[in-house]
Design a protein around this ligand. Structure first.
Ligand SMILES: Nc1nc2c(c(=O)[nH]1)N[C@@H](CN(C=O)c1ccc(C(=O)N[C@@H](CCC(=O)O)C(=O)O)cc1)CN2
Length: 288
């Protein structure tokens, strides 16, 4: 691929209609664009359409993202599509949230530092102080936001101030053990990814490994999902499982589960920042 080609990602969703794929590929073709990757799904039950196109345009023919957005608006309106065109190399600004446990926070920061996650980390937010050295290690701001039942509302106001001040597009809840309020969930719909330490819908809430031990399950796992007002009910992005047996205590289940959590969370974050995840009601459509 010629290095100075411009690369873009077009995503579109809307009520199913004849001609949607054609107008998207025609739009790219009329720009002398080259389609590197095209995914489409039609949800027959919901009569909904989902598409993602990754395409490149030669530098000489590249009108720029703003022009592309203006040009596609007319087409999209005709099909009542919700859509976006973004620079394929765009690095979204993200905030990482943690509480006491550090394994998911460290794993996400390692994959960011190693270039696996194409994003800019604006800071580490926590309701405890024990993760501060990790932020210092990575040279990122540490936002200590302690919370009590009495201070939950002010804490969340400060939390959203930090989201706005850092212009963060994505929040990664890396074992952040505070339930976010309904108003926060409405403001963060589709841009706050949580890792729940169980194979949902099994064992919601806190202490899922103890619940799993008591139930005597033979498979444990972790679930990365968008947060919603209903705890652990949000649209699932990725799940990872591990076989277990009667010999594993809750502590050993937790240790085995840590890897599932790290893998599910980073895969979900990568899919999200590559604009491969579409909300489909309380479910998701994922183009891998
Ligand atoms: N609105 C939502 N907020 C959060 C969700 C969510 O799905 N919707 N997921 C959690 C993470 N989580 C499980 O994955 C979880 C976090 C916290 C609790 C809980 O009971 N917390 C207690 C306090 C516990 C503590 O301080 O250690 C509480 O908030 O009273 C259950 C599940 C993140 N937020």
């Amino acid at each position: 691929m010629p290095l100075n080609d411009a690369r873009y990602i077009l995503t579109a969703t809307g009520p199913s209609a004849q001609g949607q794929v054609a107008v998207i590929t025609a739009f790219i073709n009329n720009l002398e664009g080259y389609v590197e990757e095209f995914n489409q799904f039609d949800d027959v039950e919901e009569e909904s359409f989902f598409a993602r196109a990754c395409f490149r345009i030669k530098a000489a023919a590249n009108p720029g993202c703003a022009e592309l957005i203006e040009a596609f608006t007319k087409t999209a309106t005709r099909f009542f599509m919700e859509w976006s065109i973004t620079d394929a190399d765009h690095r979204p600004r993200v905030l990482i949230f943690g509480s006491r446990l550090d394994h998911c926070v460290r794993d996400i920061l390692y994959r960011w530092r190693s270039g696996e996650l194409n994003m800019d980390v604006m800071g580490l937010v926590s309701n405890h102080e024990n993760l501060a050295p990790i932020a210092a290690e990575h040279g990122i701001p540490y936002f200590f936001l302690p919370v009590t039942d009495a201070s939950r509302s002010q804490q969340e106001t400060r939390l959203m101030e930090i989201v706005c001040e850092t212009e963060s597009e994505l929040l990664i809840l890396a074992r952040y053990m505070q339930v976010l309020s309904d108003s926060l969930c409405e403001q963060l719909l589709g841009r706050a990814i949580n890792i729940h330490h169980s194979f949902l819908p099994g064992f919601k809430g806190a202490r899922p490994y103890h619940q799993a031990y008591k139930r005597g399950v033979k498979v444990i796992g972790a679930t990365a999902h968008y947060i919603t007002t209903d705890l652990d009910e949000g649209p699932i992005i990725d799940q990872v499982v591990e076989r277990v047996d009667h010999s594993l205590t809750p502590v050993k289940l937790e240790s085995l589960g840590r890897n599932c959590e790290c893998v599910a969370l980073h895969r979900a974050v990568k899919l999200h920042i590559e604009r491969r995840v579409f909300l489909n009601g309380m479910r998701t459509v994922i183009f891998v």
